[in-house]
Design a protein around this ligand. Structure first.
Ligand code: FAD
Length: 391
């Protein structure tokens, strides 16, 4: 079987690449090893797919080479994907912070991509295992569970390692290694934190409680909601900072991102001298949360009895809770993989491997990781488009 282009992986970037190449008149085959295509698209955004972000820019990506993604992002913009979904009649809304979600279902985004692939004449073949990929005189040969296939251009779009029971494999990294490309160590990102048993038990009654915070680690700060869970800490704030956290690091959580807490407490000491500190804190958060955090931070007693130094300690505890996660929930629940194929090995305009002409890598397998909020899909669309234009 001969094709102009074989794309491995029928996910976000692979489908975008396949349609783009198909519209250019190329014969394109997409190979997927699971039964279902676009599984992560379907799971995304709580079933409504946060398909892009109006404020997308290179600053929303983590990479050893922060400028690598600029070229592809500038040639396939947020407005290009928005125009595509509008053309297909998908209704959407901005949730917060520029995040665009489908009004109805993630299925609509997959439908858009499948329709585009169909119109572009792309063939998609599921339940096909790739056993081997070898370079030939005029491209590559794939040895698969349905026979040998040849193409001058092969695009690896098999994503990262998150959600292993949804079809994720290290295929891209193995192929990269086979062709001598450097790979940065990978780890789970956009992932909830786990806590030491004692702290987890103490916080357990807060499971399900959400609170607006700022969270900081390794020079990065996010202002979003955090969520206490029965395993540890989650919510957008924690997912975002997990991409900057390394094992052993403490994160700093500010439960009062908008206020000068010390000044506020001093005023309340004047106004409510007989009130207990827990009651005062409970006017800024749920009573349960105030009780449990005051207990954790060792804050107690009447306001009148708090010296300035005592109040400063309370303010410090609530505005920079130094918590050391014991770890993360790992790839099982992570949204993305951080690290991956070194982008210095890849042509930033075409996504072609510099050491292996005709072999392309796109999407999450590269060392380009977006912040939460639609940036990872924008990278998948942009890198898929870049390769689709070049193959
Ligand atoms: C629960 C969840 C929610 C998310 N929500 C959002 C969101 O709302 N917004 C956002 O921007 N990002 C979100 N993401 C991240 C986003 O889904 C990914 O960044 C994006 O899908 C990456 O695109 P990709 O094409 O690189 O890989 P994928 O979309 O993961 O596609 C890879 C494809 O390759 C296939 N494959 C893997 N190995 C092989 C192999 N050996 N042979 C053949 N096929 C193979 C896989 O089965 C899959 O179909 C979410 C991720 C998860 C897990």
């Amino acid at each position: 079987m001969e094709f102009d282009v074989i794309v491995i992986g029928a996910g976000a970037s692979g489908l975008m690449c396949a349609a783009t190449a198909g519209y250019r008149g190329k014969s394109v085959l997409v190979l997927e090893h699971t039964k279902k295509i676009g599984r992560k698209i379907l799971m995304s955004g709580g079933g409504r797919c946060n398909f892009t972000n109006l404020h997308n820019s290179v600053e929303n990506f983590i990479s050893h080479n922060p400028h690598f993604c600029r070229s592809a992002l500038s040639r396939y913009r947020v407005s290009d994907f928005v125009e595509l979904v509008e053309r297909h009649g998908v209704e959407y809304h901005e949730k917060t912070l520029g995040q665009l979600f489908c009004n109805e279902s993630s299925k609509e985004i997959l439908r858009v991509l499948m329709t585009e692939c169909e119109w572009a004449g792309v063939q998609i073949q599921t339940e096909t295992t790739i056993e081997r990929l070898v370079a030939t005189d005029n491209g590559y040969q794939l040895v698969t569970s349905s026979g040998a296939m040849n193409a001058p251009s092969v695009v690896i779009a098999t994503g990262g390692l998150s959600i292993p029971n949804g079809g994720a494999t290290p295929f891209a990294y193995h192929i990269a290694e086979q062709f001598g490309l450097k790979i940065y160590p990978t780890s789970a990102a956009l992932v909830p934190f786990t806590l030491q048993a004692e702290l987890k038990e103490h916080l357990n009654p807060l499971s399900g409680v959400s609170h607006a915070v700022t969270v900081s680690c390794n020079g990065m700060t996010f202002k979003e909601n955090m969520l206490f869970t029965h395993r540890g800490l989650s919510g957008p704030a924690m997912l975002q900072i997990s991409s900057y956290w390394r094992p052993g690091d403490a994160i700093c959580v500010n439960f009062f991102p908008e206020e000068d807490l010390l000044a506020l407490l001093k005023v309340q000491r004047e106004e409510k001298p007989k009130a207990d500190i827990v009651t005062v804190m409970a006017s800024h958060m749920s009573k349960r949360m105030a009780q449990i955090l005051c207990e954790l931070f060792g804050c107690s007693g009447r306001m009148a009895d708090q010296s300035n130094a005592d109040l400063a300690k309370v303010a410090e505890a609530f505005t920079c809770w130094q918590v050391k996660p014991s770890g993360t929930e790992g790839y099982r629940t992570a949204e993305v993989t951080i690290g991956g194929i070194d982008t210095d090995e890849i042509n930033q305009k075409t996504m072609e491997a510099k050491l292996a002409p005709g072999l392309y890598f796109i999407g999450e397998c590269l060392d380009v990781t977006g912040h939460l909020g639609g940036h990872n899909f924008q990278w998948a669309w942009a890198s898929g488009f870049a390769a689709g234009q070049a193959v």
